[in-house]
Design a protein around this ligand. Structure first.
Ligand code: COA
Length: 186
């Protein structure tokens, strides 16, 4: 079914995944729910100022209730998000979002993980989850905007098959993955 013909809600049976990171952390990845707003303050407190700037393009110490509400009460016809939860501690470890473009043929992603967990494979796992979901939703492409200094994200994008291009801002790169291709490497 084309992305035009339906909203972004995934098939519940296909949308929940239990994974184990290489360091042994057991992670549950599922669609973000309204009640996950309660997990956000602890999560944002565990994100460094440097990392919040890489994600939001501005250093953020905390999110207002209004902003958390926006993140967790998105329109399912326009967006989708997956949250990663530590199965042992019940804490939010990361989140990946995908907002549909106006033509409904592609979407813009954003991803962030708890700073102490960087480099443990969770960002890769969330990106794969988002890409698989976008393919299943019939999207033709996903794209994102990444600060030029964010070499980790740019390298991960390149490894996932994204093309990196310049934007009008020398600070910001655009990354785009065309989805009418075989599955990305696992
Ligand atoms: C960018 C970010 C999401 C990456 O997540 P992460 O969990 O730190 O990254 P990972 O551990 O999954 O990946 C790190 C490395 O392992 C690689 N990797 C991880 N799992 C892999 C796998 N299964 N197969 C192959 N490569 C893998 C990645 O490509 C990357 O390569 P490198 O070690 O050569 O640098 C995270 O660092 C973050 O939240 N940063 C701050 C916010 C931000 O920058 N967001 C992006 C803006 S859109």
């Amino acid at each position: 079914m084309a992305a035009n013909d339906r909203d972004m809600r995934p098939d519940p049976a296909l949308s929940e995944h239990h994974d184990v990171l290489p360091d042994g952390t057991r992670v549950f990845v599922r669609p973000l729910r309204h009640e996950d707003a309660a997990l956000y303050p602890d999560f944002i407190a565990a994100v460094s100022i440097v990392d919040s700037r890489l994600r939001f393009f501005a250093p953020i110490r905390e999110l207002s209730e209004h902003r958390i509400e926006e993140f967790t009460h998105f329109d399912p016809e326009r967006a989708m998000a997956f949250i990663a939860i530590d199965e042992a501690a019940g804490k939010m470890l990361g989140v990946v979002r995908l907002h549909l473009d106006d033509d409904r043929q592609g979407g813009e992603y954003a991803v962030i993980v708890r700073s102490a967990l960087k480099g443990h494979g969770l960002g890769w796992l969330l990106m794969r989850r988002m890409i698989d979901y976008a393919k299943a939703a019939g999207l033709k492409r996903v794209h994102g905007y990444v600060l030029a200094e964010n070499t980790l994200m740019l390298r991960m994008c390149a490894e996932l098959g994204f093309k990196v291009t310049s934007t009008a801002s020398t600070n910001i790169k655009r990354v785009m993955l065309t989805l009418d291709q075989p599955a990305s490497p696992s």
